[in-house]
Design a protein around this ligand. Structure first.
Ligand SMILES: Nc1ncnc2c1ncn2[C@@H]1O[C@H](COP(=O)(O)OP(=O)(O)OP(=O)(O)O)[C@@H](O)[C@H]1O
Length: 267
């Protein structure tokens, strides 16, 4: 199956954990994933003469929820692509735990603003698109996690935008990734659906324990969800701020509003 998937598709859908040897499958936790740390040391990325990232140093501890904000063109997606191994840095080092990132990373999954579902595959087949032994069990569990257990046999066309994003989230989670990269995943949703997706993501992350990196233009979203926010500006990190408040966070909390102000000043 993987032979007919493009490189990008494989980075999105990956291999199911069932492709591991049987002994590792039996030992692998079903509900909780092992978050991986992400470490960048002096990472530079150029496209021709245009240097987009000017030597980034960043350590994201295992299990942390990091939000990345910044102006359009600031290099946020470029950073995600490097972490996923879709692109290589021009200089510097990128590690997942102690392992150098060279090429596509099976432990890293991506979710985008558009769900990128295959229209001629039913929901369950979109979630388990990479197949592998036992794929259906993993896909059904991921669908249950996102609240769509009863929609497994539906076609993508009959789903709402929010439901499609839930399927995309299930597809990203089905292989139990150590790192989930979220590139503006809620940007096209209405406010209510967006709020529901926030709650869902926080609940699933608390249960599973993966490391999450969220790109967003919405500073309020970053502050509502993340443990920490960085601002990417002109190829460097202009602000790196922890958000220690408990969740759920109250909109209008003065401490959060003050952090939002600092972020907006640094963008
Ligand atoms: N494959 C590429 N070839 C040439 N230039 C590129 C390539 N990918 C990105 N760039 C350039 O790198 C810069 C950063 O792009 P990137 O997509 O990382 O920004 P971003 O912060 O994610 O922007 P946005 O918020 O609009 O999505 C831009 O100037 C973009 O044109």
């Amino acid at each position: 199956m993987n032979a007919v998937l493009s490189r990008l598709e494989r980075s999105v859908v990956g291999d199911l954990p069932a492709r591991q040897p049987a002994a590792r499958q039996a030992a692998a936790p079903v509900a909780r994933d092992r978050g991986l740390s992400v470490t960048l040391t002096g990472v530079r990325k150029s496209f021709g003469a245009h240097e987009v990232l000017h030597g980034l140093d960043l350590h994201v501890p295992a299990g942390q929820f990091l939000a990345v904000v910044g102006r359009s063109g600031g290099g946020k997606t470029t950073l995600m692509r490097l972490i996923a191994g879709l692109d290589a840095p021009t200089a510097g080092h990128l590690r997942l735990d102690e392992r150098e990132v060279t090429g596509l990373q099976p432990d890293v999954r991506l979710m985008f603003q558009d769900a990128r579902l295959v229209p001629w595959k039913r929901v369950i087949d979109n979630v388990g698109i990479a197949r592998g032994l036992n794929w259906r069990t993993h896909a059904e569990a991921a669908l249950a996690d996102v609240g769509l257990a009863t929609r497994a046999r539906d076609w993508p066309a009959v789903l709402s935008g929010g439901q499609r994003q839930r399927v995309a989230l299930a597809r990203a989670l089905v292989s139990h990734p150590g790192v989930l990269l979220l590139d503006e995943p809620f940007g096209a949703l209405d406010a209510m659906t967006r709020a529901e997706m926030h709650t869902l993501l926080l609940r699933i992350r608390a249960a599973r324990g993966f490391t999450a990196l969220l790109i967003t233009h919405d500073v309020a979203e970053a502050v509502a969800l993340a443990d920490r926010v960085i601002v990417l500006r002109q190829g460097g990190i202009s602000l790196d701020v922890d958000i220690p408040q408990d969740r759920p966070r109250r909109h209008g909390d003065p401490a959060l509003a003050a952090i939002e102000e600092r972020i907006l000043a640094a963008v």
